[in-house]
Ligand binder design. Structure first.
Ligand SMILES: Cc1cc2nc3c(=O)[nH]c(=O)nc-3n(C[C@H](O)[C@H](O)[C@H](O)COP(=O)(O)O)c2cc1C
Length: 362
């Protein structure tokens, strides 16, 4: 059972969100902060400092992620971060936003392997913590990964998290699983995959395909369905692998193989995953409205999050902005009638917003 990592999500996965999420849902083994943009002297904004304060992250496992191409600045920042008790920093080598990449940061760091090499050499000398990397497979070309892996393999990364898309793909288009497999095979660092998981089915398929993974990272799928990590655990927990040994239990064993997505020949095929798919669909139906307790639970999460943002943001406009941004994800799981969608987007006060929410979620 691979650990579930909650992906870093700028604008979404801050400590307010993490705290409310962890009060209402479980199953996530590790959270990553949205990127912390490090100044040239190693300093960071108060907002980022606040985000990683241990008292704002009680009871969760958190890895701070930094965005910098300056190894000295990283060294300074690592002193501060280690002082708070963290033992690992994740380096962002994946952000595809032009404002970041044009400064040679984020996935811009993948453009020049010599600079990357110099950065890592210094970074590993000055950092007070372990360093892991979250990367894409290259900028625009499907052969770039080889040169990148040659450089990355020279350093003792604590983990290599791969989002198998090119920078130019941003967050859309097919993932390059073929290239991921090659990276998985050659990487000297332990590898985590961040492939765009949307269901327990997806999780099990990747887990089975790459048994050596340290974990699987999920971003948008976990925002859209905050119970996804629990669904993954439940599907695995109902018939956990390796627990059925008696020869009397052939039926159960067969079922267990189905839940695990293993065909009788031992290979994973999509038609073998019917059991998992059915389970997953059941959970989904619950979220989209057939079973009131699940909807109630989501409503409680939603309302807590709204209150938490009202408590820290100044004025109603930023609160509405945060909540409406989340609906871009939630509506993937809770389809909105056009009339309600329009009302949601037009809501200009928290009370108007709450009126629409009552119609959507009750
Ligand atoms: C709104 C948004 C913000 C993101 N912020 C970050 C970030 O701060 N750091 C980072 O490494 N990746 C960031 N990502 C990328 C995600 O961590 C993840 O790699 C990507 O969404 C693919 O995984 P998913 O399909 O499971 O969401 C962001 C993605 C989105 C959509």
């Amino acid at each position: 059972m691979k650990p579930v990592y909650f992906a870093p999500l700028e604008g979404i996965g801050n400590h307010i969100y993490r705290g409310v999420f962890a009060r209402h849902y479980s199953g996530v083994d590790r959270f990553y902060t949205p990127f912390i943009d490090i100044n040239s002297d190693g300093g960071m904004k108060n907002r980022s400092k606040n985000d990683i304060l241990p008292e704002n992250n009680e009871g969760i496992c958190l890895i701070p992620q930094v965005l910098t191409k300056n190894a000295d600045a990283l060294g300074e920042a690592s002193r501060y971060i280690a002082g708070l008790g963290y033992t690992e920093i994740n380096l962002n080598m994946g952000c595809p936003s032009a404002t970041v990449t044009k400064k040679g940061k984020g996935s811009g760091m993948l453009a020049d392997t010599d600079s990357l090499d110099r950065f890592l050499e210094k970074a590993f000398t000055v950092s007070c913590t372990k360093l892991s990397v979250k990367m894409r497979i290259g900028i625009s070309n499907e052969t770039e990964w080889e040169g990148l892996m040659e450089v990355l393999n020279r350093y003792p990364l604590s983990e290599l998290i791969v989002h198998p898309r090119l920078m130019t793909q941003v967050y859309e288009g097919s993932i390059h699983e073929d290239i991921f497999r090659k990276i998985y095979e050659v990487s000297k660092a332990p590898v985590c995959l961040n492939p765009g998981i949307r269901s327990a089915d997806d999780f099990l398929r990747f887990e089975r395909s790459y048994p050596g993974l340290t974990g699987l990272m999920i971003g948008r799928g976990l925002v859209a369905n905050p119970a996804l990590a629990e669904e993954i655990r439940s599907v695995q927990g109902i018939l956990p692998s390796g627990t059925v040994t008696s020869s009397d239990c052939v039926g159960v064993r067969e079922q267990s193989r189905l839940f695990q997505g293993i065909s009788s020949s031992g290979t994973v095929t999509s038609s073998d995953c019917v059991g998992v798919r059915e389970q997953s669909r059941d959970f989904r139906n619950q979220l989209t409205g057939n079973v009131p307790p699940v909807r109630k639970r989501f409503r409680a999460f939603h309302d807590d999050l709204l209150e938490a943002y009202r408590g820290v943001l100044f004025g109603e406009t930023p609160v509405l902005h945060k909540m409406k941004e989340l609906w871009d994800f939630w509506e993937l799981e809770i389809p909105l009638e056009p009339k309600l969608k329009k009302a949601l987007s037009k809501a200009s006060s928290v009370s108007e917003y709450q009126t629409v929410i009552r119609q959507i979620l009750s």
